[in-house]
Design a protein around this ligand. Structure first.
Ligand code: F0G
Length: 457
């Protein structure tokens, strides 16, 4: 008999009960939430795939580390443990701790962007682009075309299109840095190849443009490089991660993902002068330079999580393996999803699923609500609502990708939970023609997807 099964490299020591609701309860809950899954109460959710952000289960070592946190206002021992962990694992010398990823994005944008600047990036992320625009800059998308095509099976859909980047460099605008995201979230958790990282860094360096990684999901990117890129088959995840970071001048990280903690983040830099500028803003917006936005215990658990995420390759293999398990089950039912299956979630192509709905009727928002109604599984819209309005003319940005994201928390759910999710997606798919479009009843000005409310059309 062939033996190909594998299982998670951990066992469960503590459990948290979750409740299965009735269909009537879910109908009432989603209506009350204005058809926005962000506005549901978690108690009304059965399996929560809203996000992989801050939802991971910590290890016994991390819970132990919490007890060792040094809560000194200045010079906390836990801060120095964090500095050591970031230096050892990512290879950056200068650490600016923040309360979460967007705190780091804020500071980076403020120290590098001047009004009128253009910041190229491999697809936008909501908070990243917000901070670039807030600092007076304009985001320019330089990701390869395949990233916008859900069915394209390009192995590195996160790659930078070097021709698009060159055209921008040859243009009239000042470019302070390239914002380079690993395992691109909005593209469906799609990786950048090492070759592309290397070539992009070379091109930027010759033009005096810094490369700033969004290394939030760099470990998942490292895994795909190991699986897909020639020459890396036997290289460890830890080594691949170090090499990824070597092609950059710094990074912002939301520690709520790869780093296996529930809150935290950092800006890491190589240039001490730039780090000094960042620290000057840090003390105004986040906290003193030896804690930023975190408590001592947060920093201690984070330092432990950073080492744990690369201590064995089995961790990330099981993490991405679970996503692939769910994705393959959904794919087998004929449901259109972003391919290849991503690192942190399964992204359903809502435009192809609800072909009877125009994009202005918010198909992904409606599909996420329909899945919740069916089973209490909570996903998230990643389409026209998330894309927001163009600041220049106020029109809806119409992204090519209109997706529902089913995002997997790390080390939280079992394969049986994944089976329940897949069956629910299948049931909604069978009944897709009955899903109605939505219209706004409340639309916030900024990052509208978080708090917008809708009604059925
Ligand atoms: N960069 C990426 C690629 C992210 O996915 C996120 C957050 C951030 C930056 C911001 O970090 O939340 O710690 O302030 N993504 C979450 C998500 C919200 O659900 O995808 P944060």
């Amino acid at each position: 008999m062939e033996r190909r099964s594998w299982a998670e490299p951990y066992k469960i020591k503590m459990v948290e009960p979750i409740r299965i609701t009735t269909r009537a309860e879910r109908e009432a809950a989603i209506t009350e939430a204005g058809f926005n899954t962000f506005l549901l109460k978690s108690e009304d959710v059965y399996i929560d795939l809203l996000t992989d952000s801050g939802t991971s289960a910590m290890s016994d070592a991390q819970w132990g580390a919490l007890m060792m946190g040094d809560e000194s206002y200045a010079g906390s021992r836990s801060f120095y443990h964090l500095v050591d962990a970031v230096r050892d694992v990512y290879g950056y010398e200068e650490l600016i701790p923040t309360h979460q990823g967007r705190g780091a994005e804020h500071i980076l944008s403020q120290i590098l962007i001047k009004p009128g600047d253009v910041i190229p990036g491999n697809m936008y992320f909501t908070t990243t682009r917000f901070h670039q625009e807030y600092a007076g800059g304009t985001f320019a998308d330089v990701i390869i075309e395949e990233a916008h095509l859900p069915a394209s099976t390009h192995p590195f859909k996160g790659n930078v299109d070097l021709e698009k980047l060159r055209a921008l460099i040859d243009g009239p605008d000042r470019i302070p840095y390239l914002s380079l995201e690993t395992n691109v979230n909005m593209a469906g958790g799609q990786p950048v190849s090492m070759q592309n990282l290397r070539e992009t860094y070379e091109l930027c360096r010759t033009h005096g443009i810094l490369v700033m990684l969004d290394a939030t999901r760099a470990v998942e990117n490292a895994y795909f490089i190991q699986q897909r890129e020639a020459g890396y088959e036997t290289t460890s995840i830890a080594e691949i991660l170090r090499e990824i970071c070597s092609y950059s001048d710094g990074a912002t990280v939301s520690s709520k993902k790869d780093n296996l903690v529930n809150i935290g983040g950092f800006l890491a830099l190589r240039d001490p002068d730039l780090a000094r500028k960042a620290r000057a803003l840090l003390v105004a917006f986040e906290g003193l330079h030896t804690y930023g936005g975190m408590s001592g215990r947060d920093m201690e658990a984070l330092a432990t999580g950073i080492r744990e995420m690369v201590a064995t390759d089995d961790h990330v293999r099981a993490r991405v393996g679970q996503v692939e398990y769910l994705g393959n089950r959904i794919l087998k039912m004929g449901v259109p999803i972003v391919q290849p299956i991503g690192g942190h979630g399964v992204f359903i192509d809502a435009a192809m699923t609800l072909m009877h709905l125009d994009q202005e009727l918010f198909p992904a928002q409606a599909l996420a609500a329909a899945i919740y109604r069916d089973s209490g599984v909570r996903g998230m819209e990643r389409g026209i609502v998330s894309a927001g309005r163009d600041p220049a003319d106020g029109s809806n940005r119409r992204p090519q990708l209109e997706l529902v994201r089913l995002t997997l928390p790390r080390r939280v759910y079992t394969q049986a939970h994944m089976d329940v999710v897949a069956e629910s997606v299948g049931a909604v798919w069978e009944d897709r023609d009955s899903v109605r479009g939505l219209r706004f009843t409340y639309e916030p000005d900024e990052l509208r997807f978080f708090q917008a409310r809708f009604e059925e059309v």
